[in-house]
Design a protein around this ligand. Structure first.
Ligand code: 5RP
Length: 230
């Protein structure tokens, strides 16, 4: 099975959470994409849902599939959000933001009664941190804020290598108009401690640690799709 097949298998498994009349959050990335395709297929067959996308890219995909879209301001309480992850551990703590949509993803997941993660088994880790942690920072004074982030990481003995994310023609800009700094940490033994410290830093808009948000995950491997519950 290819990795794309595994992503699709995880996405299809999450469809069990989709029912008529629901308000859904649609995730972002190459695993969320087949889930959005599947919702589009069900909508074409008559499913009645309203969806809030977590990025402009997902919104564009959903519009192309005639999925009814709403904003979080119009639809503030969602039933389920289904989204991918860059890493997940056994407690369903996540690193997200590899696709740069972490801020909207976290806002949408926080507005949902349940967040369901879909992933192939390469995303499953014993300890978070091998995937570089994305931190979204406002453009004004970004280098100063990035320096403060390095200070926080040093303080927690994390020995960081922090790099500003680049796009095709200059710094990567998020849907919210901010920069992203990717923090290469290798190991993150205490994600809660880091999450609290980053949340308190002025200039940091959001970080890619999703803790206490995911209730369930579908993780696909060659052996099948495993369901994990937090
Ligand atoms: C985007 C995300 C994605 O969910 C994460 O990067 C996983 O992406 P993919 O499914 O393409 O591996 O957080 O901001």
């Amino acid at each position: 099975m290819s990795q794309d097949d595994l992503k699709k298998a995880a996405a299809e498994a999450a469809l069990v959470h989709v029912r008529d009349g629901m308000r859904l959050g649609l995730g972002t990335g190459s695993t969320a994409r087949p889930f959005v395709d599947a919702v589009g297929r069900l909508v074409a067959e008559g499913l009645n849902v309203v969806c809030v996308p977590t990025s402009e890219a997902t919104a564009e995909q959903a519009r192309g599939l005639n999925i009814p879209l709403s904003t979080l301001d119009e639809t503030p309480h969602l039933d389920v959000t289904v989204d991918g992850a860059d890493e997940l551990d056994s407690q369903l703590r996540l690193i997200k933001g590899g696709g740069g949509a972490l801020l909207r993803e976290k806002i949408v997941a926080s507005a949902s009664a349940e967040m369901v993660v879909i992933a192939d088994s390469s995303k499953r880790v014993d300890m978070l941190g091998a995937f570089a942690l994305p931190i979204e920072v406002v453009q004004f004074g970004a280098q100063v804020t990035a320096g403060k982030v390095v200070g926080i990481l040093n303080e927690l003995s994390l020995r960081p290598d922090v790099r500003q994310r680049q796009g095709a023609s200059g710094p990567f800009i998020t849907d919210g108009g901010n920069f992203i700094y990717d923090c290469h940490l290798e190991q993150l033994p205490n994600p809660e401690e880091l999450a609290l410290a980053l949340q308190a830093q002025t200039g940091v808009v959001e970080h890619g640690l999703f803790i206490g948000l995911a209730a369930r995950a579908y993780v696909a491997s060659a052996e099948g799709v495993e369901e994990l519950v937090a």
